[in-house]
Design a binder for this molecule. Sequence first.
Ligand code: 5CA
Length: 158
Amino acid sequence: MKLSPSAQKVQEALHRRGFDHLQVQELSASTRTAQEAASAVGCAVGQIVKSLIFRGATSTKPYLLLVSGANRVDLPRLEAYLGEQLEKPDAEYVRRVTGFAIGGVPPIGHTQPLEALFDPDLLDYERIYAAAGTPFALFGLSPQELLQLTGGRVLALK
Ligand code: 5CA
């Protein structure tokens, strides 16, 4: 099946990184939210990776938070750790730094390199599923593979 252009971008990013064994899947059901994605795959919501973009208020740099779909980020705690406030950017900023629209932001293949922070709860699963560029696309992988692909720093986020 031919992938849509945004999903194809993610498949190509996997290819460039030597992860050709990972396959982007386009589904007929929505994967726009973690809950919808879990229903579409038939997995626990905790196995869905939310790829969330925040902006450092001081550094102005974007952060990529890779969070289990079951968790909410404890922002004050994360801000204390990072030593700066975090702002929730608007949709246009998310598109600019990632190259993708909200609802399909993948953990890899961004316009620019993003500092990634990785929710340790994702390590509890053998297989997790991340967005692949559109609100109908996902790819499955192991948490260790996601760590390798993103260079994420494992940090309690909830
Ligand atoms: N495809 C699904 C499962 S992987 C997905 O992308 N879920 S998500 O949680 O990673 O992405 C949606 C997230 O985008 C929301 O949790 C929220 O943090 C963020 N978001 C939603 N609307 C906006 C908005 N208007 N501006 C900035 N961020 C937004």
